[in-house]
Structure formats: C-alpha cells, structure tokens
Design a protein around this ligand. Structure first.
Ligand code: GRF
Length: 194
C-alpha cells in the first residue's frame, strides 16, 4: 500500500479535497494508495476534525514546543520526520502547512515531497501572494503544485491553474477564487504522481 502523509496548519481544505477525491475515485483500488495520516503543527487546526471524521489517523506536533531547543527548526523537523516515517510514506503532501522546512527535511523526502502555493510560480513566492498580485496590477493569478526543493516555493512545477483578477478584487475575494482551483488541481496532481 502506498501511504500518503498530509501536513496541514489550518482549515485543511486542500487536504479535504484530496481525501474526498481519494474516496470518490477509490484510490485504494485504483492506485493501491491511501491517506494514512494527517499531521498538524497546530492543535486547533480545523482540518484535523475533518480527517478524524473520515477515519484518518491524526497527530499534532507543535512547533512552539521546540522554541527553546538550541536549533528549534532542526528539532521540530526531526520530530516531524520521526512521526512521518512511522508511515513509510510514498508521498508527503504539504497542504497549507505554514512552516519553512529545513534542507535536511527536504533532502530526506526528495522525490516524495509536494506543495501547493497560491500564486503562479515563479511569481510571488512567499506570503501575501494575493495582495501582491493585486498591487502589481496582474490580470491573472492562480495556484501552483510543485515538487519541494530546498529553496522556498521553488521546485519543478507539476500543475497550475489560472484565474482572472477582477477590478474590484480584494485579497480575500481573489484568494477564494484561487482556492476553488487549488481544490481541483491538487488532488489531480497527487493522483498523477500515484
Ligand atoms: C492555500 O491557499 C494554500 O495554497 C496555501 O495556504 C492555503 C491553505 O488552505 N499554502 P487550506 O488549509 O488547504 O484550506
């Protein structure tokens, strides 16, 4: 069985889209694959409830618990890797996971680690993508599924979706339009990798 581990930090709507697609398309039978666990760095991430309701094991590794370690990022990533590796994952899917990962973590999952970013990469890596697209006068925005490399929001592109930027858009209205597309391209890209 190919295990998929999904990492979230918040609402987890991309995770939910992947779980629903896996159920609808019967990934167990079609790809011999399953979402084996959902891990959050925040105990109050709403997505954890959805995962539990769908019979998926969940766990929380709170990055704040490592704040006083000599190397907090490395210590957090080591704990995260230990939890992930219990599932011997075929894929590790970052779905709104709002932590910058160490080069050691990225190297450990090389070829197995994917992310979704709410912009048309390579434009607007980093945060506040929607406001930055509006401020730049972009006529189009979108989302990108990409393999994860050591450089933040870079790596080979697997899928993209494009939406128009409308004259009266705010960051929130644009984000909502982009998110509806994320929910289509991310499950599809994961299925293609399987
Ligand atoms: C998405 O826009 C994703 O691209 C970005 O954070 C948001 C997470 O949304 N990295 P959700 O947690 O999947 O609902």
């Amino acid at each position: 069985m190919k295990n998929i581990v999904i990492l979230i930090s918040g609402s987890g709507s991309n995770m939910a889209a992947i779980v629903r697609t896996a159920e609808e398309q019967n990934w167990a039978q079609r790809y011999n694959a399953r979402i084996s666990t959902v891990i959050s760095n925040k105990a109050d991430a709403e997505g954890l409830t959805f995962a539990k309701q769908h019979g998926i094991a969940t766990s929380v590794i709170d990055h704040k618990a490592f704040a006083s370690a000599p190397q907090p990022r490395e210590a957090f990533d080591a704990a995260l890797m230990t939890e992930i590796d219990k599932h011997q994952p075929h894929l590790v899917v970052l779905a709104g996971f709002m932590r910058i990962l160490t080069p050691g973590f990225v190297a450990h999952y090389e070829g197995r680690l994917v992310n979704i970013h709410p912009s048309l990469l390579p434009a607007f890596a980093g945060l506040n993508t929607h406001q930055r697209a509006i401020d730049a006068g972009c006529k189009f925005a979108g989302a990108t599924v990409h393999r994860v490399t050591a450089e933040l929001d870079h790596g080979p592109i697997l899928a993209q979706a494009v939406v128009p930027v409308l004259p009266d858009d705010t960051a929130d209205t644009l984000a909502a339009r982009v998110l509806t597309q994320e929910h289509l391209i991310y499950p599809k890209a994961v299925a293609e990798l399987l």
